[in-house]
Structure formats: structure tokens, C-alpha cells
Design a protein around this ligand. Structure first.
Ligand SMILES: [Zn+2]
Length: 242
């Protein structure tokens, strides 16, 4: 018997839902398929309210697994994350979305509360982005101070952005701009980018003098450069929505 497409189940990230009645199945089971569709296999005699209740009781499991596999499947739009891990600080946060009259964020221990004015994912991503930008500003400016202190390289201003293709840049006036997505990179790679931009305050090019200075301050300069080229893979898939 052909699988029956079900339209009554709505779980974020799920592409479609199919029901299969099986004479061999003894109990209800579900299967997540690589195309992010859900197959529900039920005994021939199972009633709709039974398998529906079963699927809904597995909702969290389905969402978690969809997110996990989305991270490894570029091209698919993943659902809003349940939790985030900032590799840079090593902190993990469970995300909790609430509805409120004013957008705000609050951290209590390992929970990040997102108060959203609208229920859409798009809006929740904006609220999350604002928080990430604030975190990046705090973390990266403190770290710039430290590296500046150690190297004597001075910068002028700092702006935090969400560039698609670059981690950072530095203007002729010594204004550094850094990508908040680096919060999802390990600290040694972020240090390398911060140093790179600080060195630009002295050498505004990628000349031999520039790389000699880089090498002087970062003994593993070429290793970090290589790792940084592949670092985009470390970013969680959902960041593309932010
Ligand atoms: Zn550069």
C-alpha cells in the first residue's frame, strides 16, 4: 500500500510527513529520512489519534535531530536553534523564546531568554543577532585591548558586523570591523584575525612587511591562516538566517 501524505502535522524543519500502514508492524514507530521528511509506520489497526499522539510526543526528538542533520547538510534551511554554543568563550546557551511587548534578551546561567514582539523565526533571529553583536563587541574589544597592549599596535574604532565573506577589515584611519560570527570560532583563530587587523594599522596591505610582522606576533601564523580558510565550516548552519 502506498504511503499517505499527511498535512496535519507541523514541525519546524520538517519537509513532509508520510503514513505507512504495515501488517507486520507491531507498534508505532517513526523514521526521519535524509530529505528531512518523516515516515510514520503504524500497525494496520492503529487509529489516527493514537499515532498522532505518538508523533507529537516525539516532537522535541524530531526537531533536535533535524537541526543536528541540517548542520551537516548545506543547502537546507534549518529551523530555529534550541541551543547555541559559542566556541570562542566555550559557553553554551539553551534558547528560550517568549512573547512580549518589547524585544529584549536576558541570560540566566546557561539559558538565553529571547523576548520577541512577533512570533516569526525571522524576528527571533533579529533578536538573537542583536544579542550576538553585543556579545561580540564586549568580547572582541576586550581582546583587542589585550593584543594591543602586548604588541603596541593601536587601533581607532571598532564596529561589529555580520559580513558574508570576511572575518574582519581595517580602514586607513585604523577603524577595525569584525564579524560577530567569529563567536562560533575557536579563540586562537579569532586572535589571529584580531592580530591581522591590528597589524593593518601599521601596514595597510598584504606586503612582505605585513606578513613578517604577523609572523613575529603569531608563531603559528601560516597554520592559523590555513585553518581560517576552512573555518566557515565551523559555523552552525542556522547562522545563514541571521
Ligand atoms: Zn588583511
Amino acid at each position: 500500500m502506498a504511503d499517505l501524505q499527511i498535512d496535519t502535522i507541523s514541525i519546524s524543519g520538517l519537509t513532509s510527513c508520510h503514513l505507512r500502514r504495515s501488517t507486520r508492524a507491531k507498534r508505532i514507530r517513526i523514521e526521519l529520512r535524509p530529505d528531512h521528511s518523516l515516515l510514520i509506520v503504524v500497525p494496520a489497526t492503529a487509529r489516527e489519534d493514537q499515532w498522532l499522539a505518538f508523533v507529537l510526543s516525539k516532537r522535541r526528538w524530531i526537531e533536535r535531530n533535524l537541526q543536528r542533520s541540517a548542520r551537516h547538510r548545506p543547502g537546507l534551511v534549518p529551523g530555529f536553534p534550541d541551543d547555541i554554543e559559542l566556541l570562542y568563550t566555550g559557553q553554551k546557551y539553551q534558547l528560550c523564546r517568549f512573547q512580549g511587548s518589547r524585544a529584549s534578551t536576558k541570560v540566566t546561567e546557561d539559558r538565553l531568554k529571547l523576548v520577541c514582539v512577533e512570533s516569526s523565526d525571522k524576528h527571533a533571529y533579529q533578536v538573537l543577532r542583536r544579542w550576538l553583536v553585543g556579545q561580540a563587541r564586549e568580547e572582541f574589544s576586550a581582546r583587542l585591548e589585550q593584543i594591543s597592549g602586548a604588541t603596541g599596535l593601536k587601533w581607532n574604532g571598532l564596529s561589529i558586523r555580520g559580513q558574508k565573506t570576511r572575518w574582519g577589515s581595517c580602514s586607513a584611519k585604523g577603524n577595525i570591523s569584525l564579524n560577530f560570527k567569529m563567536l562560533f570560532l575557536p579563540a586562537n583563530l579569532v586572535d589571529h584575525v584580531l592580530l591581522h587587523e591590528l597589524v593593518h594599522t601599521r601596514e595597510l596591505n598584504h606586503s612582505r612587511r605585513f606578513w613578517a610582522l604577523m609572523q613575529q606576533y603569531d608563531q603559528q601564523c601560516s597554520l592559523h591562516r590555513t585553518e581560517l580558510r576552512k573555518a566557515g565550516q565551523l559555523l552552525p548552519e542556522w547562522l545563514a538566517n541571521v
